[in-house]
Structure formats: C-alpha cells, structure tokens
Design a protein around this ligand. Sequence first.
Ligand SMILES: [Zn+2]
Length: 301
Amino acid sequence: MPLYNGKDISPDEAILLGLCPECASTVIPKTALKHARGHWNPERLDPSSEARRRYDLLAEFGRTKGGISKSVVQHPPVAASPSATDAQRHPILSRDNYYDLAALPFAFEAAAAFMHGDLARAILSSLIVIGIIYIVHNPENQFTTGFKKLMRSPLGAFGLLVFLLGYIAAPSILAKAGPILSSPIAEIAQPIPTQIRWQFVGGRQTPTVLYESNIAAWYTLWSPSVEMQGLDVKGNIVTRTSAGSYWTIFLTFKHPVTYQQLTLVSPNVSSYEVKQTNTGSAVIVVNQDIPAGVVEISTVP
Ligand SMILES: [Zn+2]
C-alpha cells in the first residue's frame, strides 16, 4: 500500500489523488507512463497481477491526461482505518450467531450423552443442533417456513412443548425405569435338586468342594471360641460366659429353589442350625469345630 501523509491508502485512492499507486509520489499525466516504466517493464508483467493493474492505472492516468474516471478504478476507496461505523457493521456476533447459541445447550448435552454411552440421546441432541442451525441459516427455506407455520398452530406448539418436556425429563424417567426394564423376568422357584459336598481338612482351613448342584456361590467362615467376663468396680469376676468356636456357611443358589428343609450330613457333626433360608440363599451355622471329613448340605424337596 502506498503511504500518503503517513497513512496507508489504496492504489486506487492514490491515482485519484494524482499519486503513483506504487510509491505515492506525485505524478503528472505527461510523465505518468514513464514513471510506470520506471517501476515495471510492461513486457514482463503478468497480465493478471496487481503490478500490471497499477501499471495500467498509471498508463490510463497519462492517456486521459489526468482525467482518470472512477469507473476504471476497480476497488472503491475504503477508509484507511476502521471507524466506529465499521464496528457496528461487523459486530463480533451477528444476529444469526445469537440464534445459533440456542443450539449450544443441545451440543453440550449431545457430548455428555455420548460420554455416558447414551447413543440414542447423543444422536437426538445432535439432530436438534443441526435443526436449529439449519433453520437459523435458511430462514426462507421451504422446510423452515413449513416448520414455523406448524409451530404457530396450537397443535404444533403443544407438540413442541411436549417434546421439550420429554427431552428434559427423559434421563430421570429412564434412570428410574432402567433397572425394571433391564432386570430379567423373575424366575419361578422350583424343586430343583440342590446340593453341595466338601472335604473338610480340620482346623480353620477352608474346605475343598467335591460336588455341587445348583450352587452359584458358597463361603465358609470359622470363628474362634470366646470367653467374656463380667467385672465389678473392684475388678472381681462376677459373671463368666464362653462360646465355643463355630463355622458359618453361606450358600447362594443358581436358580430359585423350593424345599421343605435343608439338611447337613456329616459323620463328625452333631449340632448345626439353619439360620436363614429363602429360595435364593441359605445361612447355616455349625456350633462346633469340623474335623477332617466330608460335609454335605442338600435340600429336601
Ligand atoms: Zn512511483
């Protein structure tokens, strides 16, 4: 850009002011062409180049004896520095951009849904984003006008309201209904043969399973013997309670089972209690140490 009085001016402004579009020095029609040849060799100028255009501006200035018409000037002069009106003409956000912001919450929702693995909601939210941006940028489009017309009708507006409420409420509704919908249909308890047999090895060691039928999981827990003493303020023993060591056996069944009774059979066990049973699990307490030997628990249908 040529400099004129310390300001950038366009080549077109320069020639209109009688200045060289290249160096901004004052030119007169008589010497304009010579001045241009001082800058460029016209035979070597690319016809489509800016240099060629400037050369032609100088040549035209000379040919018309300084009366270069504004029609020759391709680019109308523009203000050298942006003015306040420019800022108003080019705001940071256009009106369309403000409407586009309406799509932003849906874009965030799409990203969040995608991260939570909710692909359906991610796609739906993305479609809403695309829809909003499309409508904003194609206001005269047939689809857009059709949509606006529909929204102006009571049924359309009601439909949009219901859709938006559903869209907002869907995550919490699905969170409540999800476990119900995804849980398998409850199995009906049946008199299935259910049994487990272990080899106990003595002491507090966990037994080895020999056979099991309809057992999903089992766990045995040995508890040591305890003695409790009640003392008076002087430290004298007034009561003494003791409990022997015992085993607790937890069973979970694969399929729900109906039974009259649960029995524990072992040549070395004389005392046990079935603490808690239902169609899915059982807890049995053996009130003694279990010596090495086989222990079998089975349902009696
Ligand atoms: Zn010049």
